[in-house]
Design a protein around this ligand. Structure first.
Ligand SMILES: CC(=O)SCCNC(=O)CCNC(=O)[C@H](O)C(C)(C)COP(=O)(O)OP(=O)(O)OC[C@H]1O[C@@H](n2cnc3c(N)ncnc32)[C@H](O)[C@@H]1OP(=O)(O)O
Length: 408
């Protein structure tokens, strides 16, 4: 087959595949534009499909291909609908056979059965596990909407089945994400649901999945555990509205209640997630330090005191030291002392030196100074970016700080 023809029969899997969260049989039929919950009803495309359809993220052998995975918005029970204009019968990729390895086998291909499932879901689905938090959000330009977070483990009734459906989002949205082992019994999960009043449901509400996080406790010397946040996903219709921050803060608050947990760490965070974590941790640490006088003295901050604050707040070491550096930098905005700024740069460089010792020890003192100055510059720029995202109105207060090119 010539290249042109090959192209015609090849679909971009990230565009051909779409997911829709369906709230009720009636919602599925409603006119999206007029629906107040429209955003949550729109189909959305994956960010990644390479774990499913291969590195090139292509599906071969169809023209006009659409692979719809419709999910009941609470239980996530699935309806698979594959449509196309034309198919190369003998050579086309086996879409259902491929998907079958990644979604649980209880999906349906019947629109009628799915409509029935969705109607039942709206009436009777309740989240698995124990509700540990709730909050209200009014970003939807409508009345307050309530959200709740439920805690589950593998042995939570109904959770395993639920997770087998939800985990698809890890592949579709987390770069490098993969399924976790169900036989590792220590996993903990927090699941976020939107809660809507629903007159005829026994609880008076219907529940709609918005995202979840998984975490695993690792042994931490001598007799504690390190809770490692592993997979974190907020579904596209709910992104950018503060739900990621709420879910992360709920996990943090939960970790703080567990005596065994020494610190909360994050496995391989994406850039967007690192920013979210920095912002949330900064707010948390500021609150923790609000009555403390130590920070007002500026750098170098007493190391014993720092370690006490770190262990109380269960921060991972590197993250904690970065946060302290950000808070010290923020103070320099208004406390304009060149001596303090110099002491600050030295404190940051000392940490950078310790954390990069292996590499820095191998180069000449001049090169080392240059490398440290360069790294420092990037770190300071990044701190300003993060601090500005918390309080953008104060951006111009940085002007007096001109990051030096060389040495402290
Ligand atoms: C360990 C890991 O798993 S790493 C992988 C993390 N997961 C992924 O990357 C999967 C796909 N992405 C996601 O799931 C989400 O986008 C996340 C987790 C990265 C972020 O979740 P969100 O709910 O979008 O976060 P949240 O809304 O709290 O903050 C994100 C942005 O919205 C802004 N925002 C926060 N609250 C509001 C609000 N009320 N109204 C409008 N915008 C808001 C934030 O300032 C932030 O802005 P930025 O994009 O300029 O940085």
């Amino acid at each position: 087959m010539v290249m042109e023809e090959l192209h015609e029969w090849t679909a971009d899997a990230n565009k051909a595949l779409s997911v829709t969260l369906v709230r009720s049989a009636q919602d599925a039929l409603s006119v999206i534009d007029e629906d107040p919950e429209a955003r949550a009803l729109l189909p959305f495309n994956p960010a990644f499909t390479y774990p499913i359809f291969g590195e090139k993220e292509k599906i071969y052998g169809y023209k006009g291909l659409q692979v719809e995975i419709n999910m009941a918005s609470g239980s996530l029970k699935q309806y698979l609908n594959v449509t196309y204009d034309e198919k190369l019968e003998s050579q086309a990729d086996d879409i259902e056979g491929t998907l079958f390895k990644f979604i649980p086998s209880d999906y349906t291909k019947s629109a009628e059965i799915f409509a029935d499932t969705v109607a039942k879901d709206a009436e009777s689905f309740v989240p698995p596990g124990t509700q540990i938090a709730s909050y209200r959000s009014n970003d939807d330009e409508e009345d307050d909407v309530e959200y709740g977070v439920w805690h589950c483990k593998w042995d939570t009734p109904g959770f395993r089945e639920f997770h087998r459906r939800a985990q698809l989002f890890v592949l579709l949205y987390i770069e490098g994400g993969s399924y976790i082992q169900e036989d590792e019994d220590q996993w903990e999960f927090l699941i976020l649901f939107e809660i809507r009043p629903h007159d005829t449901a026994p609880t008076g509400a219907s529940y709609h999945f918005a995202g979840y996080v998984s975490a695993y406790p690792f042994w931490c010397y001598p007799d504690m555990v390190r809770m490692r946040l592993s997979q974190f996903v907020i579904l596209p219709p709910f992104q950018g509205q503060g739900h990621g921050s709420q879910l992360y803060n709920t996990l943090y608050d939960y970790a703080l209640t567990l005596e065994k947990v020494a610190e909360l760490t994050v496995e391989d965070p994406s850039e967007a997630f690192e920013d979210l974590r920095d912002r949330c941790d900064l707010v948390r640490l500021k609150e923790q330090l609000k009555d403390s006088k130590e920070m007002a003295k500026g750098a170098p901050v007493d190391k014993k005191w720092l370690e006490k604050i770190r262990t109380e707040g269960k921060y991972a070491t590197r993250q904690f030291l970065r946060l302290i550096e950000m808070l010290l930098l923020e103070r320099l905005k208004t406390n304009r002392s060149p001596e303090r700024y110099k002491a600050y740069r030295l404190q940051v460089k000392e940490r950078l030196f310790r954390f990069n010792y292996e590499i820095l020890a191998q180069i000449s003192p001049d090169e080392r100074r240059e490398k440290l100055a360069e790294t420092y510059k990037n770190v300071e720029e990044d701190y300003k970016r993060i601090l500005n995202s918390l309080r953008p109105v104060e951006q111009d207060l940085w002007e007096w700080i001109e990051t030096p090119q060389q040495s402290a």
